[in-house]
Design a protein around this ligand. Structure first.
Ligand SMILES: [Zn+2]
Length: 131
């Protein structure tokens, strides 16, 4: 993961992460990085509307990905995504679930809980907008 295969760019909902080279299926794209905080605290902050960048590892620990150096936070949600999250030795990475083309936006499925909590007007991903 030395040469970054992505850049931050304009997406339909704000910023997003876009492929700057073709990414092969199963490749690790970017880490979702940040300090670990207790999951109970993460849930409290989310419910209070104070963070949208919590990534739950398990019932005990959550990554607080709000830091601007966390490139993973720019990856938007999609209901038909091209990446998924994987846990490797305690770290969260986004991994391509199919080949991603040059210029394509990188997305993963945030999960139903997140969508219900934060997408008050419903999901705006490409698949949902096409409906
Ligand atoms: Zn959607």
């Amino acid at each position: 993961m030395d040469a970054k295969p992505y850049r931050v760019g304009r997406s339909h909902t704000g910023l997003g992460l876009f492929a700057t080279m073709p990414i092969r299926k199963h490749a690790l794209i970017v880490e979702y990085s940040g300090p670990r905080i207790p999951t109970a605290e993460a849930h409290a902050r989310e419910r209070a509307g104070r963070s949208k960048y919590m990534f739950e590892i398990n019932r005990r620990w959550t990554i607080d990905g709000a830091g601007r150096d966390n490139m993973g936070r720019y990856v938007n949600h999609a209901c038909q995504p091209n990446a998924e999250s994987v846990l490797i030795r305690g770290k969260i990475f986004l991994k391509a679930i199919r080949r991603i083309h040059l210029g394509e936006e990188i997305t993963y499925d945030y999960g139903r809980e997140y969508v219900e909590l934060f997408f008050k007007d419903g999901c705006k991903c490409a698949a949902c907008r096409a409906r």
